[in-house]
Design a protein around this ligand. Sequence first.
Ligand code: HPA
Length: 294
Amino acid sequence: MAHSTGDSRYTYEEYKQTADWLLSKTQYRPTMAIVCGSGLGTLGELLKDQVVFHYADIPNFPQSTVPGHAGRLIFGNLNGTPCVCMQGRFHLYEGYPLWKVTFPIRVFRLIGVKMVIITNAAGGLNQDYKVGDIMMIKDHINMPGFAGQNPLSGPNEDRFGLRFPPMSDAYDKDMRKLALAVGRELGYSKMLKEGVYCGIGGPNFETIAECRFLNRLGADAVGMSTVHEVIVARHCGLRVLGISLITNKAVIDYDSELTANHEEVLQTGKDSAKYLEKLVTTLLQRIELNNNVC
Ligand code: HPA
C-alpha cells in the first residue's frame, strides 16, 4: 500500500484508495460521521452492530499518539442512522502536518458522509462557564491559521472544493438549533451554552496572559483541535455540528492556584460523557425522524 510520508501531501488517489478499501470491508454506507474528543471515546461504544478498524490497519491512516484517543474507526448504527466514528483524532502538536490531521475528513466525504459531528474537550474562557458545560460551537477562531498553518494551504484539490471557501457559515445553524432544543428537552438547560471556540496549536496549556487575550478576542472556549477538521469538512461540502465539553476552567487570574492538566480533562470527559452521549443519540433519532436535516 502506498503511504504518504514526510512532506508529500496525499494525492486524491490516496484518499480514494482508503475510502474504497473501507467500503470493500464493510456493508455500512454511513451518512453521518462523529469525531470523538479527548475522553469522549465512549460515544463510539454506543454504535450497534459494530465493524471496527484499527488505524494501524487502514491504508494511509495516521496513528493516534495521545492517551485518551484509542485509534479506532467504528462503523455501526446509532439510533437508526448508519455512522462512522473516529475514536481518537490527530493533532498539530503530535507533529502531524495539517493535511495529515484532516485526512479522515476527506475519506468520510468519499465514502458518502454528508454531515459530521465534531466533539472536543475544551477549557472554558467565558467566566460564566462551568466544568461539565456543553457548548454548541457557533463559530471559531483558527489561531494556527493566523500564522499560516492551514490544512488547505498548498495546491487546491478542485475535486474536493473551492480554492477560497467561505467559513462564515461553518457551523450548521439548523443542526445547532436542533441540538440546543434536544438538550433543553433532556433537562440540560443549565449546562447548555452556545459560543466561540478558539483552536490553538498546543501541546502546552495557555498562559494566563494568553487566556485573557483569547477571551478578549471573543473566544468562549479554547482547545487544541477541531478547527482544522471543520475547515476541511466545509471545503468538501460536509455539514458540521461542533460540540465542546468544558473540561476545565481556563486560568485568567494571577492569584489562582489552579493549573490545567490532561488528567482533569480526561476525568471530566469520563464524568460528563453520558450527557453528551444522550444528547448525540437523541439528536440522531430526531434527525432520522425529521429526515430534513441530514
Ligand atoms: N486549553 C487548551 N486545550 C484544552 C483545554 C485548555 O484549557 N482543556 C481541554 N483542552
